[in-house]
Design a protein around this ligand. Sequence first.
Ligand code: F6P
Length: 307
Amino acid sequence: MNACIRAVVRTAVFNNIEITGIMHGYDGMIQEEFIPLDTKSVANIIHRGGTLLKTARSAAFLTKEGMNKAKNNLQKNKIDGVIAIGGDGTFKGAVEFSTLCSIPFVGCPGTIDNDLVGTDFTIGYDTAINTVVDAVDKIRDTAESHERLFFIEVMGRDAGLIALRSGIGSGAEAILISEAETDFNKLISHLKDGRKNKTSKIVIVSEQQGTGSVLKIAERVKQEIPSYDIRVSVLGHIQRGGNPTCMDRVNASRMGFSAVEALQAGKKNVMIGIINNKIEYTPFEKATKHLEELHPDLIKMMRILAL
Ligand code: F6P
């Protein structure tokens, strides 16, 4: 997100547009946490994870009172347009807000889950999957040396895209995601009968399977195959931070740059996305979560390569 903020600020400055940062998302709009930004304030942030503007989930923004305060603060600070980085909740909030306030909003997709309609990749996803692959490579060394079976839980909220790509990229023996349900008996026979000489096994489990389910799955497998030395690892929030990959930095920069251009061109209530390497604009109403839309080729390949 920092790379996106940097691009927004520098593109605005280049175009002689005054630029204000709003701290803590919609909450900051309500509390009037506005800070002036210039080229220098975004120096040396492109390589940093997270966001210098901080972020917060705002319950107050969902109320009429909160929205009215936000509107008054935007007007008081002479804001002519807003660029919001976030997921479908951020865009839903902007649509609701537009019934009350005519200041145009343009969005940039920021979530590690990559589950938004209107872009091939969201900001943070590439970094998250590379972090997972790096962690699994390291866990693989223990799995290999001790001849163990590891169940590794990864993030994604309701989407299995982090699990799918990182599982393929780390050569996992199985990937458990809701979009391509795995029959438990098949998983057992796959783990038992898969290449006999393979000494380590890794199963990537998406957190969308439910809280604690990675442990339950591991326990069930242990009952079926007691000879296996099984371990469970939950990767957690390391997936949400760290130095962004080059791909994320470039995509985020393109999106931030295009968001300023979009506002200048009079666009409003659209999310900037990159589809087939081209900037596209998706109305906020359509930039919702896409579930069950995983590429069928990837699913087919995942099943064949894991054998
Ligand atoms: O939506 C992004 C995400 O990282 C999900 O993958 C994860 O389920 C959730 O946020 C974690 O949220 P929190 O940091 O509030 O626990």
